[in-house]
Structure formats: C-alpha cells, structure tokens
Design a protein around this ligand. Structure first.
Ligand code: SAH
Length: 209
C-alpha cells in the first residue's frame, strides 16, 4: 500500500481545510455556566443545510449563546454579525471563535436583537436562536431587511416559538418550511447499543419572496 507523507506546512493547511468541512464536535466548545448552547452537532448540520450557505453570504445570528451556530457560519460565510443580550454569551462566543481561528469574520454585538437589527444592513441570511419574548418583531424587522432570495431560520425548543414563527412568516407572504428533529444518541454497551433521546428541536425556515 502506498503511504502519503505531508510536511508540517501541508499538514497545517490540510487541517484548516478540514475544519471548513466538518461540523465542530459539541465537546470541543468552551462552555460558560448560564450560557446556553452549543446547539447540538446534528442540529447545527441541518441548520447549515437549511441556510443554503455560500462564501458570499453575510449572516446575522440573533442569540449567539455559546457560539455554536456562529462558528459554523463563520467557517463558511463571508461575514457574520452575532448578537446576544447577555455579555457572558458574547465573551463565550468570542473565546470559541478565537479557539477555532475565525474571530476575524465575526462582529460581536452585545445588544437586544431587535435593536441591533435596526443598525445592521446588507445581510443575506438571518438566524434566530433566541428572542426573549420579542420573536415576532425580530422576524418582521429581519425579514423586511433580507434581499429577495435571502433566508430566515428559526430554531425552537418550545412549540410556541415554532407556531408563532410560522404565523408571522405567513403574514409576511413567505412560505415557511417546518422540520422537527428527534435525535437519539447511542451508547455502546457490552450487550448492545442503548439509544437515548434528546429533546426535539423544530427548525422553521423560509426564503424571502
Ligand atoms: N445557537 C446558540 C445557542 C442560543 S441560546 C449556540 O449554538 O450556541 C439563546 C441565546 O439567545 C441566549 O444566549 C440568550 O441570551 C439570547 N437571547 C434571548 N433573547 C434575546 C434577544 N431578544 N436579543 C438578543 N439575544 C437574546
């Protein structure tokens, strides 16, 4: 069998390229008590797919938490604006972006989501992962600023977030898609694989018409 050997520079280059294709494992994130996230690996993979992300995209991530989704966007998009009302979330997201070498792609904004959207222009994809009672206003303000063909994605752990998002997007003339992900993870035991269910996450997404 032929063995391929790399010098150290080729190795570092390949590691960086790989990082752009992989979804970062949950356990690799720096965590802070009281800051939610990261969004689970499998959910991040589907969100990236629903976002239809390209390297031309400018993404706004409202409610960046630990930076789980921000990191995946930063690896693939041109620029990311990440907003959180909680200063600890901003610090944690910054630490994770620095850890993975993509902090230069991201502008971190410590502010309430609706207020922050007021002064951000020219984005093509909008992710809402936290809205604290301001969901409908954030969807409306963000959707109106998206260009035709842009996309909005809302992840929800409670049913009401999903149904409110659908109603709001319908009222704005969009055609929302709703997907609930029921992920179960296996633990390999001597006598078999025991599956354990994680809480379902609903992803509402729509293209700006
Ligand atoms: N997607 C993140 C987790 C998001 S948790 C990850 O993968 O790591 C939701 C976040 O939304 C929390 O950090 C919370 O502080 C933030 N949040 C809630 N309401 C908000 C609002 N109105 N404006 C900005 N951030 C908000």
């Amino acid at each position: 069998m032929e063995t391929i050997t790399y010098n150290i520079y080729e190795y570092i280059f390949l590691r960086r390229i790989n990082m752009y294709f992989e979804i970062t494992p949950d356990e690799d994130f720096i965590k802070t008590d009281g800051v939610p996230g990261p969004t689970k690996h499998e959910i991040r993979a589907l969100v990236i797919s629903k976002t239809c992300l390209t390297d031309e995209d400018v993404v706004v991530d409202v409610g960046c938490g630990t930076g789980g989704l921000t990191l995946e966007f930063a690896k693939r998009a041109k620029k990311v604006y990440s907003i959180d009302i909680n200063p600890d979330a901003i610090q944690t997201t910054r630490a994770n972006l620095e850890k993975f070498g993509v902090a230069n792609k991201v502008e971190l904004i410590e502010e309430e989501g609706l207020q922050a959207l007021d002064h951000i222009e020219d984005f093509t994809k909008l992710m809402i992962g936290g809205s604290g009672g301001n969901l409908q206003n954030i969807i409306e303000a963000g959707y109106l600023k998206l260009p035709v063909g842009g996309r909005i994605i809302i992840t929800s752990i409670v049913l009401e977030t999903a149904t409110e998002s659908v109603e709001m997007l319908k009222a704005l003339g969009a055609n929302p898609e709703v997907v609930t992900l029921n992920v179960s993870k296996g633990t390999v035991l001597d006598r078999g694989v025991m599956m354990k269910a994680l809480n379902p996450i609903t992803i509402v997404s729509a293209r700006k018409e």
